[in-house]
Write a protein that binds this ligand. Structure first.
Ligand SMILES: *Cc1c(COP(=O)(O)O)cnc(C)c1O
Length: 403
């Protein structure tokens, strides 16, 4: 043990604690669901999971995982191209492609992994990547790895700035424009019609990471691209299996046969790291089947979002607008947001406060996320807790709550 090294780390940790921005892990002892049991707080309602459709503990999804474990064992003990590909990987990848309306797809152990395995593989010398400034950290890191590409960032959602950045890299090939479908801290959606049109105008490749949109957006839960009626118009889609689609782990890149084949040949996480565990592939496949057979789950989620949003507004809170299942409430300073989430937890509601550096200073927020299987009774109990805490911390007037 290097005592000086550890002491330096501890000093930084102590500073986080003093600033009230230290993160405590909470330990859940039951399956992820709208209500869970937490070691630190007992029975709580979860409003901070990405389990949007309630598929994490869906019996068909759990059973498929168990069958997968029995059939394939624990793992491949190899990377994909050596002897690490099971037939279920191919079935899942075909299913994801069919679900999203692309020619093909390729799975990774996470969407983080997919994003870090994508850009450097397809963007070498002479290429360019243009990225929205609020894109997910995995896109930022993935783009950083493509260090031979010309890289630029456009102001969040600013299509004039995107066009200027596109003009500045004319002559590069390929030119990629990459955006989140749903922005995770805002709950807002990217202006995909404009982005797709600009990509066509300037011969650029459109890339959408729809991790928070899959299962949530669009009439049948196919995501933000379906929401805008753009199926087949986006060149590359990345996404996660670790949110609405079962919530275990796993991610993918979906696009053309040529793209997927290139990634199989050259994407470094594919070449040097094991595949998605077969049991997870089996449960993700089942999750897509359940979603496809039950589009009413997507409608139930949307109804819950509308109900909860209206309830927050009635209390006097002002959630950010947006069509997704992410409903953030800006509260100000980071320590304040964390203190508020602690108070909510004491009242049986598990919801995380986000502050700097995840979001800009002064815009810390409580981010609520809804689930299709939350009951009205659970949402009412959560809203009662929000009303009490909002009053307690002085976010709303007493009179509004009683009216
Ligand atoms: C959650 C998220 C990821 C990471 O997904 P994992 O599969 O958990 O690695 C990537 N991109 C976006 C936009 C996300 O919201």
């Amino acid at each position: 043990m290097n005592a000086a090294f550890d002491a330096a780390l501890q000093k930084e940790l102590d500073a986080l604690k003093a600033a009230g921005t230290y993160k405590h892990l909470r330990h859940i002892t039951s399956p992820m669901a709208p209500s869970v049991h937490m070691e630190e707080a007992g029975d709580v309602i979860v409003l901070s999971s990405n389990n949007y459709l309630g598929l994490s503990d869906e019996p068909a999804v759990v059973a498929a995982g168990k069958e997968g474990l029995d059939r394939y064992g624990a793992g491949t003990a190899s990377v994909r191209f050596i002897c690490g590909t099971f037939d279920v990987h191919r079935r899942l990848e075909d299913r994801i492609a069919r679900f999203l309306g692309t020619e093909a797809s390729l799975t990774y152990v996470s969407c983080w992994n997919a994003n870090t395995g994508l850009f450097a593989t397809i963007c070498g010398e002479g290429s360019a990547i243009i990225s929205d400034e609020l894109n997910h950290a995995s896109i930022i890191d993935g783009v950083r790895l493509a260090n031979k590409a010309k890289r630029s960032v456009y102001k969040h959602g600013d299509m004039a700035d995107l066009e200027a950045k596109l003009q500045a890299v004319q002559g590069c090939a390929p030119i990629l424009v990459v955006t989140d479908g749903v922005f995770s801290m805002e709950g807002s959606v990217a202006n995909l019609p404009a982005i797709v049109a600009l990509c066509k105008k300037y011969g650029a490749v459109s890339v959408v990471d729809d991790s928070h949109g899959t299962g949530v957006m669009g009439a049948t839960g196919r995501g933000t691209i379906e929401h805008f009626g753009l199926t087949g118009e986006v060149d590359i889609i990345t996404g996660t299996l670790g949110k609405a689609l079962g919530g275990a782990a796993g991610g993918f890149v979906a696009g053309s046969h040529a793209l997927v084949d290139t990634l199989i040949q050259r994407s470094r996480p594919q070449l040097f790291s094991n595949a998605l565990p077969a049991t997870v592939a089996c449960s993700a496949l089942a999750a897509i089947e359940v979603l496809d057979a039950h589009p009413e789950r997507v409608r139930a989620l949307r109804e819950n979002v509308a109900y909860f949003r209206a309830g927050l507004e009635k209390i006097g809170l002002k959630p950010l607008p947006g069509p997704s299942a992410i409903v953030p409430i800006i509260v100000g300073e980071t320590a304040f947001a964390i203190a508020m989430s602690d108070k909510l937890l004491k009242r049986g509601v598990f919801v995380t406060g986000f502050g700097f550096p995840v979001v800009p200073e002064g815009t810390a927020r409580i981010r609520t996320q809804l689930c299709a299987t939350l009951t009205r009774e659970e949402m009412d109990r959560a809203l009662d807790a929000f009303a009490a805490v909002a009053k307690d911390v002085g976010l709303v007037e007493d009179s509004i709550i009683r009216s």
